[in-house]
Design a protein around this ligand. Structure first.
Ligand SMILES: CC(C)(COP(=O)(O)OP(=O)(O)OC[C@H]1O[C@@H](n2cnc3c(N)ncnc32)[C@H](O)[C@@H]1OP(=O)(O)O)[C@@H](O)C(=O)NCCC(=O)NCCS
Length: 174
C-alpha cells in the first residue's frame, strides 16, 4: 500500500515524459501529493481498487505503481502499471503484473483480470505478454489519450487458463 515516504518518488515519476505520453493522469503536484495516501486508503477501504506501490524486495524502495480497478460486480479487475524511470528494463512491470493478476484470481476469487494498452506502446505490450496474460485482440479506436483515439491491445487471464472449470473462480491453490 501507499505510504507517506513513497509520495515524493510517486510525485517525481508522475512528471516523467514517457509516463505523461502514454497516460492521461495529471502529474501529482505538491498540492495533490497531500492526501494521496488517504485517497489510496479510501479506494482500498471501499473496494473500488487496490492501489499498490511496487517495492524493491531487498531495499523496500518504491519502484512503481500497480493498480487493480474493480468492475461493478467485483468479479473483474483491470490491471494498470507504471514503473519509475530508473527502475525500467529489469522485469519490474512484468513481475508486478503477474503477481497482481494471480493475487486477484486466487486470493480475491476474481473471474477475470485484464490489461489494455496502446498498440504502439511496445514496452507495455511486451511487459504484459511477459507477465503471461493472454492476448485477446485489438480494440480499434477504443482508447483515448490526450484527446487522440487509438487502437488498444487487450490481454487477460481467467481461472480456466490454470485448468480451473469454465466460469468458476479458483477452486484449488496454484
Ligand atoms: C511500460 C513499462 C511499465 C514497462 O516497465 P519495465 O519494468 O521496464 O518492463 P519490464 O522490464 O518488465 O520489460 C518487459 C519487456 O518489455 C521490454 N521493454 C521494456 N522497455 C522497453 C522499451 N522502451 N522498448 C521496447 N521494449 C521494452 C523488455 O525488454 C521486456 O521484454 P523481453 O521479455 O523481451 O526482454 C514502463 O516502461 C513504464 O512505466 N512506462 C511509462 C508508463 C506506461 O507506459 N505504462 C503502461 C500503460 S498501459
Amino acid at each position: 500500500m501507499r505510504r507517506d515516504e513513497d509520495v515524493p518518488s510517486i510525485g517525481e515519476a508522475s512528471h516523467d515524459p514517457e509516463t505523461r505520453h502514454w497516460l492521461t493522469d495529471e502529474p501529482l503536484t505538491e498540492d495533490r501529493q497531500r492526501g494521496s495516501v488517504a485517497r489510496a486508503e479510501e479506494m482500498w477501504r471501499r473496494g473500488d481498487s487496490a492501489p499498490f506501490v511496487i517495492a524493491d524486495a531487498a531495499t523496500d524502495a518504491p519502484l512503481g505503481l500497480l493498480n487493480l480497478q474493480f468492475g461493478g460486480d467485483k468479479e473483474v479487475a483491470e490491471l494498470a502499471v507504471s514503473v519509475f524511470p530508473q527502475a525500467r528494463g529489469r522485469g519490474v512491470a512484468s513481475r508486478a503484473l503477474r503477481l497482481g493478476a494471480i493475487w486477484g484470481l486466487r486470493e480475491l476469487g476474481l473471474h477475470r483480470v485484464f490489461a489494455e494498452t496502446a498498440a504502439e506502446n511496445v514496452a507495455s505490450v511486451r511487459a504484459i505478454e511477459r507477465a503471461g496474460l493472454r492476448r485477446e485482440g485489438v480494440l480499434r479506436a477504443h482508447c483515448k489519450t490526450h484527446g487522440r483515439r487509438h487502437n488498444c491491445v487487450i490481454f487477460a487471464l481467467v481461472p480456466e487458463d490454470f485448468g480451473e472449470p469454465h466460469g468458476s473462480g479458483f477452486t484449488s491453490s496454484l
